[in-house]
Design a protein around this ligand. Sequence first.
Ligand code: AMP
Ligand code: GLY
Length: 424
Amino acid sequence: MDVLLIGSGGREHAIAWKLKQSPMVTNLYCAPGNAGISSAAECVDIKADDIDSLLKFAIDNKIDLTVVGPEVPLEKGITDLFNKYRLKIFGPQKDAAMLEHSKVFAKDFMKRHNISTAAYNIFNISEKDKLLSFLNETKFPVVLKADGLAAGKGVIICNSFSESELAVKEFFEDKIFGSASNNIVVEDFLEGVEASIFAICDGTDFIILPSSQDHKKINDGDTGKNTGGMGAYSPANKAVTPEVLNKVTTRIIEPVLKNMKAEGKEFKGCLYCGLMIDKNGDPFVIEFNTRFGDPETQAVIPKIKSDLCEMFLASANGNLKNYNLETDDNFYCTVVLASKGYPDKYDTGMEIKGLENIANNELVFHAGTKSINGKIFSSGGRVLNATGSSGVSLLDAINSAYHIAEKLNFQNKYYRNDIGKKGL
Ligand code: AMP
Ligand code: GLY
């Protein structure tokens, strides 16, 4: 099969690396890709959100399967478009992807179907005074969320009325996320342990990939600003025990699939459940995403022993029932190497050194890199992912990831020092 992967981050490098190992794959393309992905796939200079050019490429090159990495093309309806042309594609249609690109839809859907999530209220941009008087009387902390896509930055945890006032100003007046914050979800602050569960779905059936845990804050000890994710490990056995996983399956994933189908929004692709697990081991949905998580994917994908291309194809074809997921027993830990200043202002164009010192059993997935005249330079805030594994101990996987991280160098390299610690 000729396969087209869409995206350009660490998540897509991990997916490309694994797809490349599939005996089913003849040619692998990635649009637009990055310097690391180019060692596994032929990079094509088309942006991930240019869905018309992606369609043309898929038709011209007789692509047998397209795999969508990021959320924006899903919101733009790439799956609907490819389906119209009878092209196979892994990822949900636009109306099913609303579970991610409309928090209002996701919250109301969960409420309709009794799926555990934080209590919430929704306010439209025309209801600013009503929202402020609501916040004036509420108990803090509360969480304010932009309804639409905001590159993982549309969530503000407010500890006081004045913080929430500022957040409302940013959302409704400064419009830092444009129309994505025309509606705001205000929800109760949940306490507990966070975990990520990916369910690969075919509309009816699903398989659950190994659990993982992200580290969203920029600094050690989960402090500072929210980021796209600074590191992850898998499996997150301490947080996601077999009992918790059973509750996630019966209380969240099964009702989501059944009710999305009943509402005419059949869900195919990767359902990412961002969970808060409370002290009783009860899981609450913090958010749904409708694609793989980044950087969790970089720690989850290496655990998979079975064929990833076959899994994506089975999801698209609606026959996951016949797919046999095999995983290994190892722990994997991914440390994100970022450019100092991220998630705010940071420099790009720094030369990356040390890649030649990486051993065969060590994994480095590129996030924001580009190649110029044979040299590799940073091109984004999150630059590289060091993924370590040393068998069946999480501590060894963490040590291995940091060993790799120290071998890689670029100016202003920044990383957290405590990735995975919570899982020990
Ligand atoms: P999200 O983009 O929705 O995943 O939110 C980003 C981060 O904000 C999450 O990973 C949580 O750490 C935190 N968060 C979001 N909603 C809540 C909530 N209701 N209670 C506590 N923390 C939350
Ligand atoms: N790791 C968080 C996300 O992918 O949204």
